[in-house]
Design a protein around this ligand. Structure first.
Ligand SMILES: [Zn+2]
Length: 322
């Protein structure tokens, strides 16, 4: 397995997530907390975005400089896509490890936006203490195997719970479910509220959301004029870097990227990693391929966006003082 995985290559120490000779084991919420702690003990800023429905904290790792230009990179918003949590940790680790690479701002890595869902997908309902919730979840899921679960612990699909044409999507569901339920109202889920509030606090210039699977890039949400040109240009650059094609007119709404584009008016992307040749639960053996395709993408994208904003800002100032 690649040198970017596992605590041993960068941090080492007891409790670090490591590869075994049989390949990667599931990357669990416990592993995430230990990895975040290792980042912290090596002088990297870490913190909390907010709390999940079951009061589990949603951690972040910050890499780069505090110069006002920030990016948010998040993963595992969908429970069964927990491989993206490990991916996001590895992307953060790559930047810490290669700290001489120029970075024109800072990146908040949020590896696991949906920790309750990930635990359900990996462990089943055993960890849920509330009996009523437990039986509801079992009923909604129709059994004890949650490995294909996408939602949070309330049966809300976080990525259709954002306030951006909420509940207007073709795939939207209106009852608790393993996937696609939009929730009672926009931001009814603790996780989407936490990510919204964190995003409003950080004021990122660009966001990147990792999902699984399909090897494709979503970039569009009704932008027009110069914003459309701008966002498409970055999307094409992401496509060249990763080798994934762009998807237009997906028809999905209410996602984090959609909200970032519509409400914050910033470029925001959903990247579906992982080949469609594989089925869910997605094999962790593909991580090395996915890492190669995405390894330095966050830094390159942030640098491009910041460079363009500086140019634009310079032009405006010039006009102003003419
Ligand atoms: Zn997803």
């Amino acid at each position: 397995m690649g040198k970017f995985v596992a605590g041993t290559s960068l941090f080492g120490g007891r409790g670090a997530y490591t590869t075994s000779t049989r390949g990667l084991r599931l990357f669990r919420y416990d592993d995430l907390l230990r990895e975040v702690d290792l980042f912290c003990r090596h002088g990297v800023e870490t913190g909390t975005v907010g709390e999940s429905e079951l009061k589990q904290r949603i951690p972040y790792i910050f890499v780069g400089r505090k110069n006002g230009n920030y990016m948010i990179v998040q993963g595992a918003m969908h429970a069964r896509e927990h491989l993206t949590a490990l991916l996001v940790v590895c992307l953060a680790k790559h930047l810490v490890k290669n700290n001489r690479l120029p970075i024109d701002g800072g990146i908040y890595f949020v590896p696991m936006t949906n920790p309750d869902g990930v635990r359900l997908a990996q462990e089943g309902v055993g960890f849920v203490t509330d009996k009523q919730r437990k039986s509801n979840l079992l009923a909604v899921n129709g059994g004890t195997d949650f490995s294909l679960w996408k939602a949070n612990a309330d049966g809300v699909d976080i990525n259709v719970n954002f306030d951006a044409h909420w509940a207007e999507g073709a795939q939207n569901g209106f009852y608790r479910s393993a996937c696609n339920y939009v929730g009672r109202q926009p931001f009814s889920a603790a996780e989407s509220r936490a990510l919204r509030d964190f995003t409003l606090l950080i004021k990122p210039v660009v966001t990147l959301s990792y999902h699984l699977k399909g090897e494709e890039i979503y970039w569009e949400f009704g932008q027009t004029g110069h914003r459309r040109q701008r966002d498409k240009r970055y999307a094409e650059a992401i496509s060249r870097y990763t080798g994934y094609p762009l998807v237009t007119l997906s028809g999905s709404v209410g996602g984090y990227k959609d909200w970032c584009i519509q409400c914050l008016k910033i470029p925001a992307y959903t990247i579906e990693v992982g080949s469609d040749r594989f089925e869910h639960p997605f094999p962790y053996s593909q991580l090395s391929v996915i890492l190669r395709q995405n390894l330095d993408l966050p830094r390159k994208l942030l640098n491009s966006v910041v460079r363009d904003r500086r140019r634009l800002f310079g032009t405006n100032l010039h006009t102003l003082f003419e």
